[in-house]
Design a protein around this ligand. Structure first.
Ligand code: NAI
Ligand code: MG
Length: 326
């Protein structure tokens, strides 16, 4: 039995989680799901966005399936990633057939360092002067660079590109770039290059096919993965996995989307594909492929949520995917 902690969270997190669980429950795998609270509502109720009970359960779990948090995201998901030492945030941006998007056929993966950089929350205030501390270490840079190359090897990908701003942040980004270049030498059969993050954003928009695996620091990775999601149809489709040595957290790239929350129109595809990443993580590759194929078939058949130009509600789409699984 794998122990899975399920945290629906806030806003559409709850809605897309209900949809994804409908699919997971149908697969009848040796998973034991237990539900826990975290997020804005938990803060309101218990005075803590990440209640101790939730954190303890996550630490004891085999995996965490997370929906989204709202304004407390930093105290919940950013903290969870760090507490569980899930150092690699893997965010594929793969165009699904049947979806109108900027770049049909695109298939790239953003590998984001998950434990340091500006997201450590080392922020200080001296009256009207505020400052933040950016931490980049050799150890974390090496670990994430190696993870990116190993992922490329495992998935038969040809190229790894490191993104940084070493011309301005000479020490922090300089170290990250140098370590990536060093690790690249160990992987002779995988092409490597690096770009400044600003230029890379333009290349991503104008010519994304020059990328395959992207490896970058925490905040750049956060930004670039939303950008990459936009190239292939938007946040409604973008899954992600946070992987460490012992723990794993699976969550869609999107947040609580308060602008559409409560209407039942969120696209659950990102959350369902996130669940598929969890299935693969535990070796249920065939099951993951089945679900992914059902999602694709539903979309190809014109069954879409409003973000993709359709009219289906969250649960209607999930039910269609469930029906196609039979
Ligand atoms: P967001 O990712 O929630 O939404 C951005 C835009 O994409 C919105 O227009 C939203 O309607 C749309 N969108 C996102 N997911 C969608 C889906 N599944 N189907 C259809 N449309 C979708 O980011 P935003 O609006 O900046 O933040 C909203 C709240 O979420 C904030 O409180 C923020 O702090 C939090 N947040 C939490 C994250 C997390 O828990 N991992 C990540 C990002 C934001
Ligand atoms: Mg983000």
């Amino acid at each position: 039995m794998k122990k899975i902690v399920v945290i629906p969270g806030d806003g559409i997190g709850k809605e897309v989680m209900e949809a994804a669980m409908l699919i997971l429950e149908k697969l009848d795998l040796p998973f034991e799901y237990s539900y826990y609270e975290a997020g804005d509502e938990a803060l309101e109720k218990y005075g803590k966005a990440l209640p101790d009970e939730t954190l303890e359960a996550c630490k004891k779990s085999d995996a965490v399936l997370f929906g989204a948090a709202g304004e407390t995201a930093a105290d919940v998901i950013v903290r969870l990633r760090r507490e569980l030492e899930t150092f690699a945030n893997v965010r594929p941006a793969k165009a699904i057939e049947g979806i109108e998007c900027l770049y049909p056929g695109l298939d790239i993966v953003v590998v984001r360092e998950n434990t340091e950089c500006l997201y450590l929350g080392f922020e200080f205030e001296f009256g009207d002067v505020t400052e933040a501390v950016r931490v980049i270490t050799r150890k974390a840079s090496e670990r994430i660079a190696r993870y990116a190359f190993e992922l490329a090897k495992r998935e038969g990908r040809k190229k790894v590109t490191a993104l940084h701003k070493a011309n301005v942040m000479k020490r922090t980004c300089g170290l990250f770039r140098d370590v990536c270049r060093e690790v690249a030498k160990e992987y002779g059969d995988i092409e490597f290059n690096d770009y400044y993050i600003d230029a890379a954003c333009m290349y991503l928009v104008m010519d994304p096919f020059r990328f395959d695996v992207i490896v970058t620091t925490n905040m750049f990775g956060d930004i670039v993965s939303d950008l990459a999601a936009g190239l292939v149809g938007g946040l409604g489709l973008a899954p992600s996995a946070n992987v460490g040595e012992k723990s794993a957290i699976f969550e869609p790239v999107h947040g609580a989307a308060f602008d559409i929350a409560g209407k039942g129109i969120a696209n659950p595809t990102a959350m369902i594909l996130t669940a598929c990443m969890m299935l693969r993580h535990f070796g249920y590759v065939e099951e993951a492929k089945k679900v992914e194929a059902a999602v694709e078939k539903a979309i190809k058949g014109g069954k879409k949520t409003p973000d993709l130009g359709g009219y289906l509600k969250t649960l209607e789409f999930a039910n269609e995917v469930a029906r196609l699984l039979d």
